[in-house]
Design a protein around this ligand. Structure first.
Ligand SMILES: C[S@@+](CC[C@H](N)C(=O)[O-])C[C@H]1O[C@@H](n2cnc3c(N)ncnc32)[C@H](O)[C@@H]1O
Length: 417
């Protein structure tokens, strides 16, 4: 995925210091210098990162009903008291939060790259983040808007829903520190410490309407089927999402969780049509066609974005064996709008045919080879072209191609985005 250089470089030493100061203010770090201290990281953070890794794997196994019929022991005790909950929160905050924040800002920048602009009709931002953790998605929007603006109004608020009180408090503090550091906006946060029960409803009936709906690495923690999730989401969007409002769903890139998101996509589109809800899928697919990846039982679809990691994260990655140089993820962006996609994404307005690369592009002799997805589904292609930069996420406009789904060749295209 292409992102602006300033976003790529925006998470260096200064960002690290801001993180460290926030942790000190919250009583999670004894001093800002400790964020770089290998001994401290090794003793206080690494064991908790291991525990969180294990928990996320258990969630994945649980979702894979074919392999594991047990319930996700431990999910309810996510932030359980006992074995040093502060260090567990700190481990999530330092190890997992920054990558998710960056992924969210990369999605924001993709909207900006394709010309999406915040609707004039939505003069006050009313955002909500579900399972917000330390306000990760909200902070991703702040960073996205700084480096790749959509033109958000300067005023507004983010409602943060989270079941863990300590993480919520950390999120509020982090949001205001980051906002001050980035400058420009004056959004407030409204914390809601509560346990979501999507089997009933995402929001109480009396809740107000919002115009930005964020879910980052949270949908996969619920056991409802894609059909059930789609039904409760659509019911909530009917009641609690303003016309022209935007929905961003960010999920892990792994096969199982990604396929669940793709199934959710199909269900949302199907059910929205059934209840005549105007809903346009903006990203990553450039159409409402049936999913090219779901056509194969072993296939899935994800994006990937790279960045200049905060320096301490490189150290932490060495200690934990994780590698966050590039960040994979799956995502969907919807607009509750009657406007066609081409009006909402002007950069593709002129294209009769659109295809997005859904794999890396490799050199094979004089050709580029890659997979793309479009309204004919997913297929492997070759392209002979000099001086082009192709990567996962690139978009080709008005390609002329020949061959079948196993091997096609592009003869010409109008534009590469
Ligand atoms: C993997 S973390 C993601 C946190 C944050 N959205 C991010 O991207 O970094 C999942 C979060 O969802 C919260 N969560 C899970 N189930 C929840 C529920 N039923 N009600 C409220 N929060 C929940 C967890 O407490 C946790 O903070």
């Amino acid at each position: 995925m292409k992102v602006p250089v300033s976003l790529f470089n925006g998470f260096g030493e200064e960002f690290e210091q801001l993180l460290a100061r926030t942790c000190v203010t919250q009583g999670l770090l004894p001093s800002p210098e400790e964020i770089k201290n290998k001994r401290f990281l090794n003793r206080s953070i690494v064991p908790h990162v291991e525990r969180l890794k294990e928990l996320f794997n258990r969630v994945q196994k649980f979702q894979d009903k074919s392999k594991d019929k047990t319930t996700p022991q431990g999910l309810d005790r996510y932030w359980q008291k006992g074995s040093n909950p502060e260090n567990l929160r700190l481990a999530y905050f330092l190890s997992f939060m920054p990558g998710n924040l960056y992924r969210m800002s990369a999605i924001w920048s993709e909207l900006s790259r394709l010309g999406y602009r915040w609707p004039d009709s939505l003069q006050t931002l009313r955002a909500i983040e579900f399972g917000a953790g330390p306000a990760t998605g909200a902070c991703g929007v702040l960073a996205g808007e700084k480096h790749a603006p959509l033109g958000l109004p300067a005023q507004g608020s983010f409602a943060l829903i989270e079941q863990d009180r300590g993480t919520l408090a950390l999120g509020e503090n982090w949001f205001s520190s980051l906002q001050e550091w980035l400058g420009g906006s004056q959004f407030s946060t409204r914390p809601f410490h509560r346990k979501l029960e999507p089997e009933k409803s995402w929001l109480p009936r009396a809740a107000p309407r919002f115009n930005l709906w964020l879910m980052s690495f949270v949908l996969n923690e619920f056991e409802q089927s894609p059909r059930e999730l789609a039904a409760t989401l659509l019911e909530s969007w009917e009641r609690h999402l303003e016309d022209e409002g935007l929905v961003i769903l960010l999920e892990p890139a792994m096969k199982l969780q990604s396929r669940r998101l793709l199934e959710l996509r199909q269900e949302i589109l199907l059910q929205a049509e059934r209840v005549s809800m105007p809903l346009e899928l903006l990203l990553p697919c450039l159409g409402h066609q049936s999913c090219g990846a779901l056509a194969e039982p072993e296939d899935w679809c994800h994006e990937e974005v790279s960045w200049w990691r905060p320096p301490y994260l490189r150290v932490l990655d060495e200690l934990t064996g994780l590698d966050r140089k590039s960040l994979p993820f799956s995502y969907l962006v919807f607009s509750k709008s009657k406007k066609p996609r081409k009006e909402l994404l002007p950069a593709i307005a002129q294209a009769a045919h659109l295809h997005r690369l859904v794999s890396p592009a490799h050199r094979v002799g004089p050709d580029w080879e890659f997979y793309w997805c479009g309204k004919e589904g997913k297929r492997r292609l070759r392209l002979r072209a000099e001086g082009v930069e192709l990567e996962r996420g690139s978009i080709l406009l008005n390609s002329e191609f020949r061959g079948d789904e196993n091997a096609s060749r592009i003869d010409r295209f109008d534009e590469l985005l």
